[in-house]
Design a protein around this ligand. Structure first.
Ligand code: HEC
Length: 258
């Protein structure tokens, strides 16, 4: 009986210590917490000077006012492209040393490739892709997956491709992004170029914290797209993340890189 009584005392002490710790933690509010634990800042541009709509770049600095555009009004596709070009031209004037890549340098992962027959999980490379046709041992992780067949891998690859394809559509559509002015990500990032997903997590000055890719996507949805940020579990945000990452297949991970 004695040891049990003793363990009860220990458990009670632990519970009260944890509860006390939690209370202190909660009392801190946002202050005193490291930046990554605080709510994300919102991305709102300065007010308009000419009764138009101010659009701000993902840098959180460069802005342009679209005169004659009323809040809530959409631009035409060509107008939105023009505004995006104008913003990018201004950004490039300010950063002549920064080379903006208008296309992915590596061949992006094609979205319609099913795993060729005989392609199991080939090490860290995943399934599809050139060279994946070589016969691979069936079980890479002990025997856990040994009972799966080519068909399973093809189904998985097809599902993954479909997910990436959803992200592709959203990235290219102001409407699906929930944008209010007709601007979509591809207008400045064709094929998701210059999004550098492989460099996350990294410190982003705009957000004043170490950011994940999804934080940066949300930031850019607010401006320049002028939509509402998405919950981290929102299927659209997940699909966008999948698409952006898929475009950098084969590029080495380099978290924190600027
Ligand atoms: C009008 C042009 C424009 C549009 C539209 C735009 N971006 Fe950007 N984006 C930029 C610029 C310019 C930068 C570089 C900012 C910097 O270096 O501070 C950038 C940076 C980024 C980065 C960080 C890249 C890095 O190197 O870490 C990500 C991620 C990104 N944008 C995603 C998006 C997404 C997702 C959308 C759509 C929701 C979008 N952007 C829409 C111009 C744009």
């Amino acid at each position: 009986m004695r040891p049990r009584a003793k363990s009860k005392v220990v458990a009670a002490a632990l519970i009260s210590a944890v509860a006390g710790g939690a209370a202190v933690y909660l009392n801190l509010g946002n202050r005193g917490l490291p930046a990554y634990a605080q709510a994300l800042p919102t991305h709102q541009p300065p007010p308009a000077n000419h009764a138009g709509v101010v659009v701000q770049l993902c840098d959180g600095v460069t802005t342009t006012e679209v005169k004659g555009l009323k809040p809530g009004e959409q631009m035409t596709h060509s107008q939105a492209l023009e505004v995006s070009r104008e913003l990018m031209a201004e950004w490039q004037r300010k950063h002549p040393d920064r080379h903006w890549v208008m296309a992915q340098s590596k061949t992006p992962a094609t979205t319609a490739t099913a795993a060729p027959s005989g392609a199991g999980p080939s090490g860290s490379q995943g399934t599809a892709g050139p060279g994946a046709g070589a016969v691979q041992p069936r079980s890479q992780q002990g025997d856990t997956y040994a009972s799966f067949h080519d068909r399973d891998y093809m189904v998985w690859q097809a599902e993954t491709d479909a997910f990436v394809e959803q992200g592709n559509k959203i990235f290219h559509s102001a409407t699906l992004l929930g944008g209010t002015i007709g601007v979509s990500c591809d207008m400045c990032h064709p094929d998701a170029s210059n999004t550098h997903p492989e460099t996350y997590p990294k410190y982003q000055a705009q957000l004043q914290r170490v950011a994940l890719l999804r934080d940066m996507i949300d930031w850019c949805i607010e401006n320049p797209v002028k939509g509402k940020t998405l919950d981290p579990n929102d299927p659209k945000l997940r699909a966008l993340e999948a698409y952006i990452l898929a475009q950098r297949k084969g590029v080495p991970l380099a978290y924190g890189k600027h």
